[in-house]
Ligand binder design. Structure first.
Ligand code: AMP
Ligand code: MG
Length: 413
């Protein structure tokens, strides 16, 4: 813990996360069945076990002729082996049968010679120019996966290849976890719903829709709880309603250093344990609070848009991954890049730096993105990754190699 003005103490980021996730009483999510074509990006709820061998039979991996490998012993372009073509079900010594990729290997054959290494004679014989070992160009029954083996583990996010494997094994439905419902509430007297006409000094609420989009991107459903005024009772009422319908609640605004702590207060009115950590040694996003009510997670994010992003990145992502039933928090794809300009950070705080990674001739460069207000949401649309400066570092020098956690596409120069 770190001493700080405004907060009596700041909790280390990892400690805050572990404490919070440990207090969530979510069991495994409910299971539902979906058609294979609706399974993309869902989370598999039950191990997918192979009901049969794949391939289902020994099959040819190439176009050519199925043969007995022993018949080709010593064959070269100058001394080809001569085999008799047959249409029979089974081939015998010195025989060959035409075969296409994916066809079952006929009885008696143990290898397939590629068309390119053969020549057909008028007489109904073929010349084979190369030798083979038994099993060459044959995909063996069960070579991909054997009956009763686990094809895909429960807790896996389903991608197009998991779907293909399920189909190859004959499954047209999959058991997946129900999507969690995340209720999102914005707070602040200054906020106007986008689509309405702002009064005087009002600003548009952009955090709620952003958080909805991030949750949806992760595969959760969202519930729009609207905007609450800066009023503890109104906020508490909305959170209470949200808890009835949702698996988790996320709020933005009304949690600050020294200023009004309306949301944490409202949450603490509603029950125990309530707020577990308020004030994290994290930059931006220091005023983030994490709470549990009715066993469900409540994530209290700053109103500052970028602080809300980072607070969600650090706490929201792992929480949603858990509610999705994923076996672990999904990491962002990471790249190594050279930092193009030095960055500052405070000792004792985990710091998230927004950077724009570009690649040129296979070299990756990360340029820190700065804006006048560090809360400007444009820094999120002009950057594509985060560099995380750990608590024990004070800044990073120009030219240092850093790991960038990518949240948008890399740009090629
Ligand atoms: P707060 O955390 O309530 O002190 O809010 C800090 C600042 O973030 C406010 O002054 C607003 O400029 C901005 N802000 C708060 N809520 C939102 C929101 N929902 N969407 C966009 N900006 C917001
Ligand atoms: Mg506010």
């Amino acid at each position: 813990m770190v001493k700080l003005k405004g907060f009596q103490k700041l909790t280390l980021t990892d400690q805050a996360l572990t404490t919070w996730l440990g207090a969530i009483q979510a069991g495994k999510p409910m299971v539902e069945t979906v058609a294979l074509q609706d399974a993309l990006h869902r989370v598999l709820a039950v191990d997918l076990v192979a009901g049969e061998d794949l391939p289902r039979f020994d099959k040819s991996a190439v176009d050519g002729y199925s043969v007995k490998a022993a018949d080709l012993s010593g064959a070269t372009q100058f001394k080809p082996a001569i085999l008799q073509l047959t249409d029979n079900q089974e081939i015998t010594e010195k025989q060959a049968k035409q075969i296409w990729t994916g066809n079952p290997i006929p009885k008696g054959a143990d290898a397939v010679v590629m068309l390119e290494n053969t020549k057909k004679r008028e007489s109904g014989e073929i010349e084979v120019w190369s030798q083979l070992a038994p099993g060459d160009n044959v995909s063996k029954k069960g070579e991909d996966i054997k009956k009763d083996e686990v094809a895909t583990k429960a807790g896996t996010r389903i991608n197009p290849y998991h779907i293909a494997l399920a189909a190859a094994l004959g499954n047209n439905i999959l058991k997946v976890y129900r999507k969690p419902n995340i209720a999102i509430l914005a707070t602040g007297n200054e906020l106007a719903e986008v689509g309405t006409k702002p009064l005087g000094n009002q600003i548009f609420d952009s955090n709620k829709i952003m958080l909805q989009a991030i949750c949806q991107e992760l595969g959760a459903e969202t519930i729009d709880m609207g905007i609450a005024k800066d009023d503890t009772d109104e906020i508490a009422e909305k959170i209470k309603t949200a808890l009835k319908a949702a698996d988790a609640v996320i709020t933005t605004g009304g949690t600050s250093v020294g200023g009004y702590d309306l949301v944490p207060d409202a949450v603490n009115q509603l029950g125990k344990p309530g707020v577990m950590v308020h004030g994290v040694a994290l930059r931006p996003a220091m005023p983030t609070a994490v709470a549990v009510l009715e066993g469900k997670p409540v994530l209290i994010l700053s109103g500052n848009p970028v602080a809300a992003v980072i607070g969600f990145e650090v706490f929201g992502r792992p929480m949603i991954c858990k509610l999705l039933g994923l076996s672990k928090t999904e990491p962002r794809p990471a790249v190594k890049a050279v930092l193009a300009r030095k960055v500052a950070s405070a000792l004792g705080r985990k710091t998230y730096i927004r950077v724009k990674v570009t690649s040129k001739n296979g070299e990756f460069t990360a340029l820190p993105v700065s804006a006048k207000g560090s809360g400007a949401i444009t820094t999120m649309t002009t950057s594509n990754g985060f560099v995380i400066v750990p608590e024990n570092r004070e800044g990073i020098s120009e030219g240092e190699t850093v790991i960038v956690h990518m949240f948008a596409d890399l740009e090629e120069e």
